[in-house]
Design a protein. Structure first.
Length: 387
């Protein structure tokens, strides 16, 4: 008999439509993760207080079953959108309308490059686009270069004069996540594929996402879950889960904005977004949670700066409201976390041997900002939707 191997493991997720129950239409995603995957069900044995006329203990009894755990995942271009949906709710997704090609000929740029005429377009180099309606150039392309009235793609040149019904449309979508009234629950199933053993957890909600940034470590997000129940099986929840290309963000792609201006002296930091889940919602039988209501969305961040001046210190002392944003940019793709309204807490810099740093914490909130949210996560990618 073979031993289970971590290298032959998988984690599937799906979104429930009714808390604690598998959705009618199974649509699992096989997600990437870092070891260990520490999601488990526990039900403690508790000692009985019954006393009999001897010193032998009475039979213990079972306490409530608890389903909890953590999962660490890469901060990436596609999959993180599903975790943001679990954390904050479904996003608002926008997709720009298509541009019309000029009634003009394709241009042979030689070397396998073709110019496509589009007057006054807003496309940029590196942007993925879809061309439609033409005779010879329909398909998906990445823009190699551009001028004000032309984009250049990699294609085999064929003479063609385009019609005004021919179009070019970006593949980029902007997904904006804000705290919703309630967050969805998930099915999460860790599986050991080499011994065909799978442990499915229902009613899972994401209680907190934490991301550390800076340094030379890999950029990752720690996810803390609470759930309802566990079912063990010899077959997977979904034998054909969806998978996507993994494109990871890296610390070298970080930038920060403090009240709309670049802040270039951050050494390291972290952010946390939590949902204040009410886990004390057991049915009388104590074997499962009936529901898992959300409390307030709690958002905060901490960062360490190279200490050069008192600018942020003075803002903290004065209790001045600011905005703060963490931004990751990979070409035309990006991920950002915006705190539209925030207050800093102050710490006097400590004199140490060598370079001196200043530590600041911030708390995000919603009072009257136009974003109407304590946290706004924006993901720009070519993924169609997170529904």
């Amino acid at each position: 008999m073979a031993q289970a191997r971590g290298g032959a493991s998988q984690v599937l997720i799906d979104f429930e439509t009714t808390y604690g129950a598998d959705p009618t239409s199974v649509a699992a995603i096989s997600v990437p993760y870092h070891f260990p995957v520490d999601i488990k069900s526990t039900r403690p044995l508790k000692p009985s207080t019954v006393h009999r006329p001897n010193r032998n203990p009475a039979m213990p009894f079972y306490g409530n079953r608890d389903v909890k755990g953590s999962l660490t995942v890469p901060v990436d271009l596609i999959y993180l959108g599903y975790w943001l949906r679990a954390l904050l709710g479904a996003p608002t997704t926008t997709w720009p309308v298509a541009d019309t090609l000029d009634n003009a000929p394709a241009v042979n740029k030689t070397g396998g490059l073709v110019g496509i005429p589009i007057t006054g377009h807003a496309f940029v180099a590196g942007e993925p686009v879809t061309i439609a309606g033409t005779v010879n150039y329909n398909g998906n392309f990445v823009i190699v270069s551009k001028t004000t009235n032309e984009i250049v793609i990699t294609a085999t040149y064929v003479a063609e004069t385009f019609e005004i019904t021919d179009t070019c449309r970006t593949q980029l979508r902007t997904h904006v996540f804000k705290p919703s009234t309630s967050i969805p629950s998930l099915v999460i199933e860790p599986g050991f594929t080499n011994i065909a053993q799978y442990f499915k957890f229902n009613g899972m909600k994401l209680g907190q996402m934490a991301i550390d940034f800076g340094g030379d470590a890999e950029l990752m997000a720690k996810l803390d879950f609470t759930g309802a129940e566990e079912t063990a099986s010899a077959s997977p929840y979904d034998a054909s889960p969806d998978t996507y290309a993994l494109t990871k963000f890296q610390n070298r792609q970080l930038s920060f904005e403090e009240d709309g201006g670049a802040l270039t002296t951050i050494k390291s930091g972290s952010l946390k977004i939590g949902n204040e889940l009410d886990g004390d919602s057991y049915l009388a039988a104590g074997d499962t949670r009936f529901d898992l209501p959300e409390g307030d969305t709690l958002v905060n961040a901490a960062f360490k700066l190279f200490f050069e001046n008192r600018t942020l210190y003075d803002l903290a002392v004065a209790g001045t409201e600011r905005s703060f944003e963490v931004i990751l940019t990979n070409g035309v793709y990006s991920l950002s976390f915006l705190f539209p309204e925030a207050l800093y807490t102050v710490e006097t810099p400590t004199i140490v041997k060598g370079g001196v740093y200043a530590d600041f914490n911030l708390e995000g909130y919603y009072e009257d900002d136009a974003q109407a949210a304590a946290i706004v996560a924006t993901l720009v990618n070519a993924h169609a939707a997170y529904v």
